[in-house]
Design a protein around this ligand. Sequence first.
Ligand SMILES: NC(=O)c1ccc[n+]([C@@H]2O[C@H](COP(=O)([O-])OP(=O)(O)OC[C@H]3O[C@@H](n4cnc5c(N)ncnc54)[C@H](OP(=O)(O)O)[C@@H]3O)[C@@H](O)[C@H]2O)c1
Length: 237
Amino acid sequence: MGSLKGKTYLVVGGSHGIGAGVVDRLLTAGAGVTVVSRGPLDRESSDQLTHLTLDVTSDCLDKSQLPDQLDGYVYCPGSINLGPLRQLTRETLLADYHLNVVSAVECLQAAQPALRASGNASVVFFSTVAVAQGMTMHASVSAVKGALEGLTRSLAAELAPKIRVNCVAPGLTATPLSERFLSSEQKVAMMAEKHPLKRVGRIDDIAAMVEFLVGDGSTWMTGQVLGVDGGMSSVRG
Ligand SMILES: NC(=O)c1ccc[n+]([C@@H]2O[C@H](COP(=O)([O-])OP(=O)(O)OC[C@H]3O[C@@H](n4cnc5c(N)ncnc54)[C@H](OP(=O)(O)O)[C@@H]3O)[C@@H](O)[C@H]2O)c1
């Protein structure tokens, strides 16, 4: 894998969960990172690390806040609103679409000039295993993440060859977002048992794939949706 040292990245949603795991890996590799989140960052800003406090659903990221050149953009905010069809509201659907898709596009629009300046930049979006595998109660999240998969392929075509666009589709991964599904040892064991690889995801399982996608080892990959899901999307255990 090529070195990330000296490269610069934008991680929207890099304060906790998978995004924080991505930031850890980028900083360790010697890259510069701009992190966007609503809440505080539990690490000090430095020459290598800049934090912008922003709710991307109500305020657009301004390109003047970003470095002149970006080698990658990772969009992490997402939602897991589960429930039966009869309880699915227009408000939930629209809010999920806004957070997962609209804001991902608007942040990319702000970052586009800096990504173009790199000449070899990489964008990573997040889908979910619940797009490839139909799951009960997942109507809203699967619909909006499915939109993101379509967006990945469309933008991969439009932005090639200077900007690559790929998508990671995690299975259940232990983060603040999924806390309620993994809040006891019993729940963790039950969820682990459902996976062919008999455990739930760890943040670093997903962050490692993102590090690969934003680095030089994947420069001939674009328009791909990569399942990192313990085999859940494609293997019958
Ligand atoms: N965890 C899973 O089991 C799982 C499974 C499948 C797919 N995914 C997808 O993977 C991605 C990452 O998931 P995760 O579990 O790491 O999520 P998470 O724990 O909720 O972390 C989300 C990050 O985004 C930031 N964020 C959320 N809303 C924001 C907003 N409106 N404006 C700016 N920043 C915002 C959060 O910081 P603040 O709260 O401080 O803003 C945080 O840094 C998501 O797209 C999710 O849908 C996760």
